[in-house]
Design a protein around this ligand. Structure first.
Ligand code: PA5
Length: 423
């Protein structure tokens, strides 16, 4: 992964120098682990691809692939977005179909998902670190009922896989009592940093991903991004870039992908940065655009709206498909000059054209070049963003690993639900 220098051109030396000093402190906090963060740094060393645990995940995935046409993955926030992102980026693998539930309370979608299960062989993987999040807990209750009605208790039990905390929580207790196979999200890894643990790896392996390759990519990234020198560390450059522009009035970051397979990766990125940084009255708002699609909607705003935007572009270098524009005798659309050209090359021109237009329009841009969308690159990218997010949050002066604001809504909601029980 390589960051171009486009967005870094406006750095002034005083600001840059200050950020460099702050980066040294942030780096030391992550390497040594200060009091606040040491309980949350388990993700910094990705699993060894040859670790016994990885073998167990692969064995469970193979079992699920033999048993089921559909795996229902139940989870919210960091407990499903990483798996979903990986699966969408690796579209077209010949694994079991993966459906997601438990990230909302919408009855229409619940009905739609359960309708898709009809007549198919189903397994369930419920993922919740705390085991108490309402959305997945409700979806799991519904799914258990459905599985028991469908298969009877014994066979339903064999088809249910629980991913949760190793020591505590309602879900762990339920798994023990009912004899569900259970996997542990390591204690020192929080939800949004858990994509490279069993939380993300099991569903991705069921989809047909080579998770060992993914972990190799993550390990390569972990090695690369331990370098404290900013010039040699693109991950730190990205964190510095964001904070530099935030301090210069850019309060919204757009993540722009030119490949539709990056859509859920963008959602994962958004959740990672929003929950890690948006606190204490601070934080860049992470927004997502899909290009060229959104050039015909928010593109207008990007070009000429308020100048509070910065943009990070994801460009995938290699295209999996060769699509060339065919010849048309009439040429009534006037596109004859593109005959024989590769669509990926045309997309590239659109990307480069928009990049120049947006930069000229006062939106700083940085480009993250991805060589391809293979497991290795994906593992590398997941790690890149997690580390960049932790460093960026520390530069911002907030705790990257808590989410007190999320707890506030839960308190209000449970208060209202309790009121109903007692009325
Ligand atoms: O990043 C986080 O910690 C959160 O987004 C959680 O992943 C999310 O709230 C789900 O929590 P849990 O896995 O405990 O159900």
């Amino acid at each position: 992964m390589f960051i171009s220098t486009l967005g870094l051109a406006g750095f002034n030396t005083a600001e840059y120098a200050k950020l460099r000093l702050e980066l040294e402190v942030a780096h030391a906090k992550l390497v040594e682990g200060d009091r606040k963060s040491q309980d949350n740094l388990g993700w910094m060393q990705p699993l060894d691809p040859d670790d016994e645990q990885v073998g167990k995940i692969i064995a469970a995935a193979e079992q699920i692939r033999r048993d089921a046409d559909v795996l229902l993955v139940i989870g919210a926030g960091g407990s499903y977005l990483g798996a979903r992102a990986g699966i969408e980026m690796l579209a077209g693998r010949s694994g079991t179909e993966i459906l997601f539930l438990g990230h909302h309370l919408c009855t229409a979608n619940l009905k739609e998902v359960f309708a898709k299960l009809k007549g198919r062989r189903v397994a369930v993987n419920v993922v919740s670190k705390s085991g108490t999040t309402l959305e997945p807990a409700i979806a799991f209750r519904l799914a258990r009922r459905w599985m028991i009605d469908q298969y009877g208790v014994e066979e339903a039990t064999r088809r249910i896989y629980v991913t949760t905390d190793p020591e505590k929580g309602a879900l762990l207790a339920m798994a023990k009592k009912n004899g569900y196979k259970s996997f542990s999200i390591p204690e020192r890894v929080g939800g949004r940093y858990s994509v490279l643990t069993v939380a993300g790896l099991l569903p991705m392996a069921v989809h047909g991903a080579d998770i060992r390759e993914m972990l190799r990519g993550a390990q390569e990234a972990a090695r690369l991004y331990t370098n404290p020198r900013l010039e040699a560390n693109t991950c730190y450059q990205y964190a510095v870039y964001r904070n530099f522009w935030y301090r210069n009035g850019k309060s919204i970051e757009l993540l722009a992908g030119y490949d539709t397979r990056l859509r859920t990766l963008s959602d994962w990125w958004q959740q990672l940065f929003a929950e890690s940084e948006g606190k204490d009255g601070k934080g860049i708002f992470p927004a997502v655009v899909q290009l060229t699609t959104d050039l015909h909607s928010v593109g207008q705003y990007i070009q000429q709206g308020p100048r509070h935007l910065l943009q990070t572009v994801l460009w995938v270098k290699q295209s999996d498909l060769n699509v060339t524009l065919p010849e048309m005798e009439d040429d009534l659309d006037g596109l004859g000059y593109l005959t024989g050209q590769d669509l990926h090359e045309i997309n590239k021109r659109a990307f480069l054209g928009a990049l120049t237009a947006h930069t000229n329009g006062g939106v700083p841009n940085v480009v993250l070049h991805l060589p391809d969308l293979t497991e290795q690159t994906i593992g590398h990218m997941f790690y890149f963003f997690m580390k960049a997010c932790a460093v960026s949050s520390l530069l911002l002066g907030v705790n990257p690993f808590d989410q007190p604001g999320v707890e506030a809504y839960k308190r209000q909601m449970f208060h209202l639900l309790e009121e109903r029980r007692t009325s």
